[in-house]
Design a protein around this ligand. Structure first.
Ligand code: FAD
Length: 431
């Protein structure tokens, strides 16, 4: 009898909770990954950088498993088709996996759990993606927090001290099911092309963390960890990172707590995937002008800091956090486009796209979120530039033509006018 360990957003063999539990509680553990067509078929870009990232990460863990006498089943299809096939091919005792809090994933796991139950196969899930999940950090009356500061206080109060302990999964690989190397579909087999990017290292420098609070807001310097893609796909362990944060930088740990917070908010509020956390924001008279939206996407608004951010995103799949805030404010306030448009664009382009954090960030910028910037806070792109890109290094890198007169004249809308229009439009609905 074998036990399947199903990898999803935990593409590592080291300090992996569900994998550790499978290896220590069961014998003959056979790992599995499914390139899920329910997700992949929605991707417009056949050279999507995330598919390459996942494929590379899987090749690495496959090698680790094979060096230890095991292998990994890698399939392309939908979990609801693949599972019955595997359950009839192998004599499966249990399926172990780590929890995922997105609405699609929760439905999927319920379905697969049922398929397993019908076949008398145990289906067990574990916490791995966050430090505290769902209802672990809640108010005294059991209600969830909609404001970050009290959530964060309770997050610290809830810490017992063992939350950052390592699960020594990689030390128990002798429990793998002995197998010859199994085939893995190539990107081409799945209709994708390789997208070679410079992927930031999954290690973080202690010095960087010590200087984080001083440098984190300057997009022209390497002041942030660039771990987002690794935390998204689980190529690093959140426990290891939170432990480092606690030792070296409170302000960095604070960001990791925001990540837990948004996962919790999404868990309790799955409706926010398509609607505002504060539903009255959906009644605002959004302009939703398609031409202006296109210009924003391409980085052709005539505002150098906005255009630099969008061009960085289009070119690399990444954008610095400060600039994410500026471009999101610009779209939802200066151009009065509903936040879901921007959120969807980021979802297509970001290599670190994480539904909970992206949704949280967008709704924060639009004012419609749980603990959001107030609607009357409209970022002034020029002031933001003076503060955070004073020597124009970041702008120069992405918009080298920014000083040409022609460029300056192409401003999509005038700041003062746009600010007043935004305030009036928001005010008239929100009262
Ligand atoms: P660091 O500053 O080094 O932070 C460390 C880690 O903390 C990050 O890797 C990330 O996992 C987490 N983190 C940091 N800031 C936040 C935050 N505000 N909310 C939640 N987690 C945070 N982050 C994503 O991971 N995926 C997204 O799709 C995403 N979309 C965003 C959209 C908007 C409009 C905004 C304003 C923010 C968004 N963020 C998103 C949060 C943040 O911009 C990125 O996490 C950060 O820029 C990644 O760079 P880093 O790894 O160097 O971060």
């Amino acid at each position: 009898k074998i036990t399947l360990f199903w990898h999803r957003r935990d593409l590592r063999t080291d300090d992996n909770h569900g994998l550790y539990r499978a290896l220590t509680e069961k014998e003959n553990v056979l790992p599995l990954f499914i390139f899920d067509r329910n997700i992949l078929d929605e991707l417009e870009d056949r050279a999507d950088r995330r598919v390459t990232f996942i494929h590379d990460a899987l090749s690495e863990i496959k090698e680790t498993y094979e060096n230890n006498g095991g292998s990994i089943i890698v399939k392309y299809g939908t979990p609801e088709d693949i599972f019955p096939e595997i359950l009839s091919e192998y004599n499966v005792e249990a399926v172990y996996t780590n929890r995922d809090y997105e609405p699609y994933a929760k439905d999927r796991d319920e379905n697969i759990g049922q398929i397993c139950k019908d076949k008398n196969v145990e289906f067990k899930t574990f916490k791995d993606h966050v430090i505290f999940e769902k209802d672990e950090v809640v108010k005294k009356d059991g209600g969830w927090y909609s404001v970050f500061s009290p959530y964060k206080r309770m997050w610290f109060n809830t810490l017992k001290g063992n939350e950052f302990d390592t699960y020594w999964s990689s030390k128990n690989l002798d429990k793998l099911y002995r197998s010859d190397p199994l085939d893995m579909p190539s990107l081409k087999d799945m209709g994708f092309e390789r997208k070679d990017d410079h992927i930031p290292s999954s290690r973080v420098d202690d010095e960087l963390l010590k200087n984080y609070s001083d440098k984190r807001d300057i997009p022209s310097v390497r002041g942030t960890s660039r771990l987002s893609v690794h935390l998204r796909f689980g190529t690093v362990s959140i426990r290891k990172m939170a432990k480092k944060g606690k030792a070296l930088s409170g302000s960095w740990l604070n960001e990791l707590i925001w990540r837990d917070f948004y996962q919790m908010i999404l868990h309790f509020n799955p409706q926010i995937v398509t609607t505002s956390f504060r539903p009255e924001y959906d009644k605002i008279n959004w302009r939703n002008n398609e031409e202006e939206f296109e210009k924003w996407c391409k980085g052709e608004t005539g505002y150098p800091i906005v255009d630099a951010g969008m061009r960085e995103l289009n070119e690399t799949g990444f954008m610095h956090n400060r600039v994410r805030m500026i471009v999101a404010s610009f779209l939802t306030k200066h151009l009065l486009v509903h936040w879901t448009w921007g959120e969807q664009y980021f979802a297509k382009k970001l290599i670190d796209y994480e539904l909970a954090s992206n949704n949280g960030g967008w709704q924060w910028a639009a004012g419609s979120g749980c603990d959001a910037a107030p609607y009357f806070r409209v970022f002034n792109p020029e002031l933001q530039t003076k503060k955070f890109d004073p020597d124009l290094k970041y702008i120069n890198k992405w918009v080298p033509e920014f000083q040409e007169l022609d460029y300056q004249q192409k401003r999509i809308v005038e700041h003062k006018f746009a600010r007043e229009r935004a305030l009036e439009t928001y005010k008239s609905t929100l009262k």
